[in-house]
Design a protein around this ligand. Structure first.
Ligand SMILES: [Zn+2]
Length: 920
């Protein structure tokens, strides 16, 4: 680490501790990390981008709160600790080699709290090294006793208001951990959903043969069952009845409220060609099918060839071999757009060859959707729309024909962090947050409407999540965390104890001084609602705490990654809505894109990460910050590539050198006014970009924009001069513009340019209107464009130039420019021009010029056209004034003449803002 970085870290140690003040506040928070391993550069961006905004708002004169804490609730560290204790080589390797934990510390990891302690300290250290402007006094971990008191208070309210209810629900469950698992706890299958199937029960030889289906209404169209001849099925006693199904299915149903005893095995071949029956379909044969998966549903499938493309094709394949030719599809649903047998239609239209065709999946979905949305069951089966008939038939079968539900994941493998497979289990006496409650959902929707969401596209995703959220199992039997206050055999799980902690930050440092047993629910009621009369804490302290809470709350912006929309970011809205009054609801959220490393998704478990601390050491903190900010806007995905990071380092060095050199600058040049004016534009654009969270755009303006201006400025300086006093001025502004992004460099340079105090608290540059000079900028724009045109001609001609002649456009062409710029329909401008007496007199010359000027107007930036139409510069004077510059640039004599006064054949090509150029 460089000396400068070390010095800044010391100077900043307590600098960002923010107390309520007599100024406007700005409170932003980022999802707190789970410190179970080292931070990588992806985490880096999650915290650095908000830090840039915190620093910006601070320089705008606001009182900024940017706090941090550590989330340690749940089972992950317990699992890690167990695996290390058991000598699991993979885990030990990850911690020893990738995270480089010293052996003596690693040995202590058999206590999960040691892991938490070690990595939360590491996180804090690396965050400081990254230059995060955090108020560390408020830091806590989620198993601190004071925090637990806060969570108990939260859940007491949720319970009283019946947002937490007890019930039987299907949940994701890991038999190995004997625990329900949230998306947090999964290695694979985070997005898997639980689907409810109906088991349609056929009879055979005294046993019940169940087929899982999502379309119970199609039972009327069953022509046969499919059984896999290669699978061994089992007879089981399920709740005192004899059933026959796959072993996998039996195991799954055992987790779903059924008493199951497994009996004898039955090879699939025994079932082939047997006859089974169901009251609604009659007797049907059992046919062989190797595509039947014993791990999907019950491992036995009912076949409805008229409506399921898969069944249709499988039957056709058999019949093409001359088997089972007497079976005919039995249609039962009519649907617009399809013939009598929809599955046959769809298969033939798609040109499907056989059951292995890759198009089958999509085709199945197509027919399913069409029939569900527009289909109608035949009159003889009730004549109702499919969507109604489906539920009716399912209810009928449950009631009369022995059907039961079966829950499965939607096609996806779901794996727990422990490595074990996750199943659907029905849990009783489990506590649920009732996110399915329509009233609660409605309140959250109203809240969302009022919130600022960045980027705006995420709004639909939030709305969708609110609609789709189901009840959430919020307690666990094992893990770190807070016990459910009214049922302490349960522990509140991680996604449920991290929903309103943004409020806790506002008072966390005060609570550290209060014994946890004094933090009764009455204390929190007083602090957060101003209600009641708690006796465990004195009133003066309570009033101070409450007033601090009210100063900061509600929070202004919450930052988090987009994969948390479907849980955390939406949960926290539900909880805020349930707990806090109207005026304290969240104001905005900024949703981040994901991090890639050399084009692939970063993942600690897969080892595809670059550790943040390594990056900080190798490139320096500011380089890492500038790269992370510059590679993408916050909501876009970004890609870390070492070779690109190196070039960022050189950019910062250039900046440093420029500012150093400018210290000596003095005197004045005519071009100074231009530089000062451009700088005002950069301030304006960078400010607008940061106000809308476009940190990348802000960097473009504040760094690359200013650098480009400087390049032109230096080129325009008289020979032998190094820049006037305006440079000193510019550097003082420039250092402040970049301070939020590269604060280490800017803190050091701020002192160099004579700034007072820390740049972290220096005022953000403001646009000085008196220095904005559009005429000067326009004149330079003309000159720069002319230089570019000359350069491109020089490149094209084969000879060494001897002289350059410039011919400036006559006044009447400027008049034509104004008419064309103002015309709404550029296809009719020639006619418009010819209505003008002056122009008509010029005849062909005027029509030609009109065409050329139209082209030019369409090519120039619209703002520039507007400006030129309003007042065009005196081109002759501008170019004549820059003649010495041009002669120096091209090393030949330059003449500037009026095109009108010249007889040179090329002079007539002169257009407004585009002099004719003759090189001889
Ligand atoms: Zn597990």
């Amino acid at each position: 680490m460089q000396g400068n970085e070390r010095e800044c870290i010391t100077r900043w140690e307590h600098a960002f501790e923010a107390d309520p003040a007599e100024k406007e506040k700005y409170y932003l928070t980022v999802a707190y990390p789970y410190p179970s391993g080292a931070m990588h550069v992806g985490h880096g961006r999650t915290y650095i981008v908000p830090d840039v905004l915190a620093r910006y708002q601070r320089m705008r004169g606001k009182q900024v709160l940017f706090p941090m804490a550590f989330h340690v609730t749940g089972t992950p560290v317990i699992g890690i600790s167990k695996r290390i204790a058991n000598g699991d080589e993979k885990t030990i390797g990850l911690y020893r080699d990738l995270y480089r934990v010293p052996q003596d510390i690693l040995d202590r990891f058999i206590d999960p709290m040691e892991i938490v302690r070690h990595f939360s300290e590491e996180y804090r250290r690396v965050m400081q090294k990254s230059g995060l402007s955090i108020d560390w006094r408020r830091r806590f971990i989620t198993v601190d006793p004071q925090y637990s008191k806060f969570i108990e208070w939260q859940y007491k309210h949720l319970h009283e208001e019946e947002h937490v209810v007890k019930g039987a629900h299907p949940v994701k469950y890991c038999p190995q951990c004997e625990n329900p698992v949230g998306d947090h706890d999964l290695l694979e299958g985070e997005k898997a959903e639980i689907i409810k199937f109906t088991l349609v029960v056929f009879s055979w030889d005294g046993a019940r043969i169940p087929c899982a289906t999502l379309r119970p209404e199609t039972v009327y169209g069953v022509t046969n069952l499919w059984v896999n001849p290669d699978v061994t099925y089992v007879r089981v006693t399920l709740d005192n009845e004899e059933w026959l199904l796959s072993r996998e299915a039996a195991d799954k149903l055992a987790l779903q409220d059924h008493d199951i005893r497994v009996g004898e095995e039955v090879p699939g071949t025994v079932l082939i060609d047997q006859t089974v029956s169901h009251p609604l379909s009659g007797e049907v044969p059992v046919l062989p099918a190797t595509f039947v998966d014993p791990d999907m549903g019950t491992g036995i499938v009912m076949s409805v060839p008229a409506h399921a493309p898969f069944d249709y094709i499988a039957l056709r394949d058999l019949q093409q071999q001359g088997k089972y030719t007497s079976i005919r599809p039995i249609p039962l649903i009519s649907v617009e757009g399809y013939g009598e047998i929809p599955a046959k239609d769809a298969v033939e239209r798609a040109g499907i060859r056989d059951q292995n065709d890759p198009g089958m999946e999509a085709l199945t979905q197509e027919v399913y959707s069409a029939e569900f949305s527009r289909g109608k069951v035949f009159e003889k089966y009730g004549g109702r729309p499919v969507r109604e008939a489906r539920d009716d038939v399912a209810a009928l079968m449950m009631e009369r024909y022995g059907s039961i539900p079966m829950y499965e994941f939607d096609n996806r493998q779901v794996v727990c962090r422990c490595g074990g497979r996750v199943f659907v289990k029905i849990l009783h006496d489990q506590w649920f947050l009732e996110y399915s409650d329509p009233c609660w959902k409605e309140q959250v929707k109203v809240l969302l409407e009022r919130m600022a969401l960045v980027p705006p596209e995420v709004r639909t995703e939030f709305d969708r999540t609110v609609d789709w959220l189901k009840d959430w199992a919020c307690t666990r039997r094992v893990g770190l965390g807070t016990k459910l206050p009214w049922d302490p055999t349960w522990i509140i799980e991680p996604l449920s104890d991290s929903t309103i902690y943004m409020a806790y930050y506002t008072i966390a440092h005060h609570l550290k001084a209060i014994p946890p047993e004094d933090l009764t629910p009455e204390v929190f009621d007083y602090v957060f609602f101003g209600e009641g009369n708690p006796e465990t804490v004195d009133r003066e302290t309570l009033d101070a705490i409450r007033s601090e809470f009210l100063y900061w709350y509600p929070y202004d912006y919450r930052f988090s990654a987009k994969d948390l929309i479907s849980n955390h970011l939406t949960f926290q809205l539900f909880h805020h809505r349930a707990i806090f009054p109207q005026e304290l609801q969240p104001q905005g959220m900024v949703v981040f894109g994901m991090g890639l490393l050399n084009g692939a998704k970063m993942s600690s478990s897969k080892g595809n990460v670059f550790l943040l601390e390594d990056a900080l050491e190798e490139f320096g903190a500011d380089t890492v910050r500038m790269f992370l900010v510059g590679s993408a806007e916050p909501w876009q995905d970004f890609d870390w590539r070492n070779e690109l990071v190196s070039s960022t380092k050189r950019q910062i060095e250039r900046f440093w050198n420029t500012v150093e050199e400018a210290k000596e600058a003095e005197g004045t040049s005519p071009i100074d006014a231009w530089l000062a004016s451009r700088l005002q534009r950069r301030i304006e654009s960078a400010t607008a970009a940061l106000d809308s969270f476009q940190t990348r755009q802000a960097l473009q303006e504040a760094f690359f924009g200013v650098e480009a201006d400087l390049k032109w400025y230096r080129r325009r300086l008289p020979e032998g001069t190094a820049g006037g006093a305006v440079m000193q001025d510019l550097c003082r502004t420039w250092v402040r513009l970049l301070a939020p992004i590269i604060p280490f460099t800017c803190e050091a340079l701020w002192r160099e340019v004579g700034g007072e105090g820390m740049v972290s608290f220096a005022p953000w540059p403001e646009v000085d209107e008196t220095r904005v000079n559009p005429e000067v900028e326009l004149a330079e724009e003309l000159l720069a464009r002319t230089v570019e045109d000359i350069e491109s001609i020089v490149k094209l001609i084969p000879m060494e130039p001897k002289s350059v002649s410039l011919f400036v456009s006559p006044a009447w062409k400027h008049e034509a420019f104004r008419i064309i710029a103002a015309s709404a329909d550029k296809t009719k401008v020639v006619r418009e021009i010819m209505q003008n007496e002056e122009m008509r007199k010029r005849g062909r010359e005027a029509t030609d010029a009109a065409k050329q000027i139209t082209k030019l107007v369409l090519k120039l930036p619209p703002d520039l056209v507007k400006q030129l139409a309003a007042s065009s510069p005196d081109e002759q004077a501008v170019l004549e004034g820059a003649r010495a510059f041009l002669e120096h640039e091209f090393g030949v004599p330059v003449t500037v003449r009026s095109a009108e006064a010249s007889t040179h054949p090329k002079a007539s090509a002169a257009l407004p803002f585009k002099p004719a150029i003759v090189i001889e």
